[in-house]
Design a protein around this ligand. Structure first.
Ligand code: SF4
Ligand code: SF4
Length: 416
């Protein structure tokens, strides 16, 4: 299901019309000549990419707000074309997204059009999987994408350094690069042990770029800025350090999960002054000098135009903090700051709490139950143990006040 409905769309059109001049004044970031030249057919005032950034050592110049294809379905090639028309040049997909359909749609849409556009592929890779198995999977992705190469190929959803140590993965990367099937190597992460995995990948010089879950709700700086109104303590204290370290090694950083659950409709009554919640959240992310760009799932054309209202920003706008603070007040008690890991070990039955709550987010916040079910089905351990548990062992384990039992048990019922 799309995250928008007709009512929202008409409201967004009004917001969008008011948003662009106001934002330019607040952010002080002009459109670039480069963006204009990529968008020759667009008229003044059309939402567009306003900034291209160098993605670390890959040297790829990518749109600061880029296309996440996790929910792309057959027949949605027009979304990719709309993004291209707006200047987006970085398309992030994965083997597992919509059971491979995402790759197929990207392939159809970019066929004959891919010039300065970049393709990102991802795949979950096991700790003992062979290079040959990885190569076979890559070739199947290339076939669906109708191309000979992927610019940046990532080990998807890392949660164990054993996967990063796998000699098969190293051999695969070397061979795939030598054969011209991939240009650069990366990792993506939004699950447990994230900090440990990212540290390992950077310290061992394994990657050229990273895709990392990062939003204002995970950033200690955000809570510092609103301590007068919130007594909540941020616990994602490792991520800023890791992002800064990646920067010193010229490893590119792309942020994902930037909307902290993306309950956009909840925020419509509070949006004013031409800015929307999503734009405020994006500005927070893009104001971090260690983050190069972000990807966001794009599910309709109006949404794409709204998102691009924040392109070019390098600082938060005056009205952003109250809006983001209100979002935390509304949703902070149910949103899991994945990879904060503070509840690690709280469950004696091995339920991967952050992963389960991530799939819940897909269902309840993104309102995409199909996607949530697919993601839930591939978890190594599900939350079935919660059904017969008292909830006592994990009670109070979350410093953000998330009632783990109350969320995990219903998630299993909903997604299993
Ligand atoms: S449930 Fe709470 S403690 Fe556990 S990962 Fe999520 S935010 Fe962190
Ligand atoms: S409710 Fe019980 S089984 Fe579920 S996560 Fe908590 S301790 Fe584990």
């Amino acid at each position: 299901m799309s995250s928008t409905d007709a009512t929202d769309r008409s409201r967004r059109s009004l917001l969008k019309g008011a948003a662009i001049p106001g934002l330019a004044a607040v952010t002080g970031v002009p459109s670039t000549i480069q963006a204009q030249s990529r968008l020759g057919t667009n008229t003044a005032g059309t939402p567009q990419v306003k900034r291209y950034v160098r993605l670390g050592r890959t040297n790829m110049e990518i749109s600061d707000i880029s296309f996440g294809a996790s929910r792309l379905r057959l027949g949605q090639e027009h979304l990719v074309h709309h993004a291209l028309d707006r200047g987006i040049n970085y398309f992030d997909t994965a083997e597992m997204y919509t059971d491979g359909d995402s790759e197929t749609v990207i392939g159809n849409a970019l066929k004959g059009k891919r010039k300065d556009d970049y393709l990102v592929g991802k795949r979950v890779t096991g700790s003992t999987e062979s290079a040959a198995s990885m190569m076979q999977a890559l070739e199947e992705s290339l076939r669906r994408l109708q191309t000979d190469y992927i610019d940046l190929y990532m080990m998807h959803a890392i949660n164990s350094i054993e996967c990063l140590k796998n000699p098969g993965w190293h051999a695969f990367n070397e061979k795939a690069k030598a054969q011209g099937k991939i240009r650069f190597v990366g990792v993506s992460g939004h699950a447990g042990n994230l900090a440990e995995c990212l540290d390992y990948a950077i310290d061992h010089d394994l990657v050229d770029a990273m895709l990392v879950a990062f939003n204002f709700g995970q950033d200690p700086k955000f809570y510092e800025s609103i301590t007068r109104s919130f007594d909540m303590v941020a616990t994602q204290d490792q991520l800023p350090r890791i992002l800064a370290k990646a920067k010193t090694k010229d490893v590119g950083i792309v942020a994902m999960k930037t909307l902290m659950g993306a309950r956009l409709n909840d925020m419509r009554p509070f949006e004013s002054g031409g800015a929307t919640y999503s734009q405020a959240a994006f500005r927070w992310v893009l104001s971090n000098k260690d983050v190069d760009a972000l990807v966001i799932s794009m599910t309709d054309t109006i949404e794409i135009d709204e998102f691009l209202g924040a392109s070019g920003a390098t600082q938060v706008a005056a009205e952003d903090l109250p809006l983001l603070g209100r979002y935390v007040a509304l949703n902070g008690h149910t949103y899991c700051r994945q990879a904060c890991d503070r509840c690690d070990g709280a469950c004696p039955y091995g339920v991967p709490i952050a992963d389960v709550l991530r799939t819940r987010m897909y269902a309840t916040d993104y309102r995409d139950v199909d996607f949530a079910r697919r993601e839930y089905a591939v978890l190594a351990t599900d939350a079935s143990a919660c059904l017969s548990c008292s909830g006592q062992p994990c009670q109070g384990a979350c410093p953000h006040g998330i009632a783990i039992y109350e969320l995990c048990a219903p998630t299993h019922r909903m997604l299993s």
